[in-house]
Design a protein around this ligand. Structure first.
Ligand code: ADP
Length: 211
């Protein structure tokens, strides 16, 4: 994964040396710094794994010329929705608003997906959808969720193989908290997962932690 933390002083020195003199062997870098090759090995490994340097056998180290931002972009475009997805919580469209609220608490999620009688995606229910329905005087156990849900075709979806960054853009653009992850079938969209802002946050943290 990309290095988003500061390089230490010695790593900066190595980068400078390789930038000026590459291709250069580990031995030669060590000589210039008055260090042994063994002392330098961890730093060279870090710089190579992080993508700042490229190592070619029997030739030496090259400076890749990539900035931290370029490396971050490269890392981000390798992460897919399937790497960070969650399990979807799905209810059927004739379930009552009351039961949907109970399900949201029991399953500890902020968004419920609603399926039609064929098991395909029919709607989405957010916390505020359920709050809004609860403000009135209606009997919540008598109202089915399909009256209040956001329904197809107005649902923004993503697929397992989509880039996580593209899914994140959809969440921002549409100002929503979650996307159903779907698989297209002859009947409609089969719901195979859930992607939330929390998943995106986890991916963001992992970019640094997986170093
Ligand atoms: P909240 O309403 O609790 O703030 P959201 O921001 O996720 O949560 O939802 C805002 C509105 O957008 C709600 O009416 C909800 O039904 C709808 N919504 C949520 N997710 C989607 C989605 N993936 N596609 C379309 N509409 C959605």
């Amino acid at each position: 994964m990309v290095r988003t933390i500061e390089l230490n002083k010695r790593q900066e020195q190595i980068l400078e040396i390789v930038k000026e003199n590459g291709p250069i062997t580990g031995e030669q870098i060590a000589d210039r710094l008055n260090l042994t090759r063994a002392t330098l090995r961890p730093d060279l490994a870090i710089l190579t794994m992080a993508g700042f340097l490229d190592a070619r056998p029997r030739v030496g180290y090259f400076y890749t010329g990539k900035t931290g931002t370029q490396l971050l972009t490269e890392s981000l475009t390798k992460i897919h929705v399937r790497d960070y997805q969650s399990i979807p919580v799905v209810i059927s469209e004739n379930v009552s608003v009351y039961d949907a609220i109970v399900t949201m608490f029991l399953e500890d999620v902020g968004t419920l997906f609603v399926s039609d009688h064929q098991g395909c995606l029919a709607g989405v229910l957010s916390r505020k959808d359920l709050l809004r329905a609860s403000i009135g005087k209606q009997e919540l156990s008598a109202i089915p969720v399909n009256i209040i849900m956001t329904r197809m075709p107005n649902i923004t979806v993503c697929k397992k193989e989509d880039l996580l960054i593209e899914a994140a853009k959809k969440l921002i653009e549409k100002q929503i908290d979650a996307l159903p992850i779907v698989k297209e079938t002859d009947l409609g969209f089969e719901i195979v997962g859930r992607l939330t802002k929390t998943n995106i946050t986890k991916a963001f943290v992992a970019l640094v932690d997986e170093d």
